[in-house]
Design a protein around this ligand. Sequence first.
Ligand code: NAD
Ligand code: DAU
Length: 353
Amino acid sequence: MTVLVTGCAGFIGSNFIHTWFAASDEKIVNLDKLTYAGNLSNLAAFKNDPRHVFVQGDIGDAALVARLLSEHQPRAVLNFAAESHVDRSIHGPADFIHTNIVGTFHLLESVRAYWTNLGDQDKANFRFLHVSTDEVYGSLSASDAPFAETNAFEPNSPYSASKASSDHLVRAWHHTYGLPVLTTNCSNNYGPYHFPEKLIPLVIHNALAGKPLPIYGDGQQVRDWLYVQDHCRAIMRVLEAGRVGETYNIGGWNEKPNLDVVRTLCAVLDELQPRADGQSYAEQITFVKDRPGHDKRYAIDARKIERELGWKPQETFESGIAKTVRWYLDHQDWVQGVTSGSYRQWLSTQYGG
Ligand code: NAD
Ligand code: DAU
């Protein structure tokens, strides 16, 4: 048995491969374009492992995807591949439209052609699982109920609009063509192999480098945080037992204002690797210009996946953050590797000097 998984050289995808092989020997064909966010060193443990077949390529390359499907005959396709950083989508939305919308469209068409020609049993068992985000639901006020699967889509950034579009395409390919799809909408992940353009790894990286810890606006925007391996376990559970055509919200019941998250990171670093001058890393907190159109609050109602599939997060925010900080301290070589060249250019575009 084989699954074809896209975007698995990135943050969540590479954690997915680690989580998958800890539980199963089923082969993964990993199709990834290796953009700035894709990094094969995340998967060094599986370099010579026959269970992992890496193919560099674009989800929108119909000929390549058709060849991979025909050669490997997967029982499922999981789509993690995307442009994923909101701030980059504000500076340059084109790549987000190209991969998240047009790429997903081409992938759906390639998969539909393959699925249509499967035998009855394989056709019934096949799944297309699309990995998406809570940002498609828009922004909540402090008193709103958390996002449920029945909430209307109200995306506010080029990133979330492109993800919402892809979710709609996936839904339509089920409704119109009967493709057996599953969609997951998850909150903010954190953990190992997180590229240091996102808040948590950026703060750890800057803190250790003695640089400012940039807080957009007043730092009171709220996100729900989930340890990445809990997300990966949820995806495996949805693949195994999710009802075809359904969407499942995934979250950690861990709503925190950004400033609290950054203060927690500083406190953990103060304990694990105190600053030479004895001051707290919190001294480095710096308020900077807000993100345009910054969503105020995300929160996930994860009761459906808990009730129907028996999934629950295993990590608390405190245990997950402690593990994450320790991982970054122990993997400074990985951080050095991903923060060269184009990363520096990004910092200068986003944060100026
Ligand atoms: P990431 O940016 O770390 O990784 C994306 C991966 O996709 C990279 O390896 C990249 O090379 C690859 N890729 C990009 N364009 C491609 C293309 N056209 N063809 C093939 N591969 C391509 O992203 P991530 O944080 O790991 O997110 C993975 C998925 O999960 C995305 O769909 C994202 O929207 C979703 N998601 C992320 C979070 C989060 O907190 N990071 C939360 C919920 C959902
Ligand atoms: O909610 C799920 C989404 O979470 C995923 O779909 C996205 O792929 C993922 O990038 C993430 O989006 P966010 O915009 O919430 O994550 P980010 O880490 O970029 O920012 C988290 C919060 O911290 C957000 O409110 C913006 C703020 N922030 C971010 C950065 C990079 C800062 O205050 N300063 C910063 O320097």
